[in-house]
Design a protein around this ligand. Structure first.
Ligand SMILES: [Zn+2]
Length: 120
């Protein structure tokens, strides 16, 4: 964790508290990030008006639903560092009736069947 990766975080958290943020905040990072944040807040006598939930990351999936997947990946850097990879999943595109009609496929339940087919 180089300084330019983390020095802004205590200020951001502090500002959020000052601006009446009260809902908990989850922080994803290397294990020592927790130590850094807690020490920074202690030395500056900052008391947040909300809870921090630290999530230690390695290379793994942090979030996934039907549309996206968020993973942490190890970066090639001078010190242990992780980046976040946000990947949009493939989704079914719109059916274009004109194209089907051009191929002689008449409208009907078959359109739904075609839409369910995996793309090749
Ligand atoms: Zn760096």
């Amino acid at each position: 964790m180089h300084g330019d990766h983390i020095y802004g975080l205590p200020g951001l958290l502090s500002s959020r508290s000052f601006q009446e943020g009260t809902s908990p905040v989850e922080i994803y990072g290397p294990p020592r990030l927790k130590e850094f944040i807690e020490l920074s807040l202690k030395v500056s006598e900052t008391r947040l008006k909300y809870d921090l939930i630290f999530r230690s990351i390695n290379e793994n999936i942090l979030f996934e639903d039907q549309h996206i997947q968020v993973s942490s990946i190890r970066l090639k850097h001078g010190v242990p560092s992780f980046g976040f990879l946000i990947q949009e999943k493939d989704s079914v595109g719109p059916l274009i009736p004109e194209k089907l009609k051009e191929r002689g496929i008449k409208p009907g339940p078959i359109y739904q069947e075609i839409k369910k087919q995996p793309r090749s």
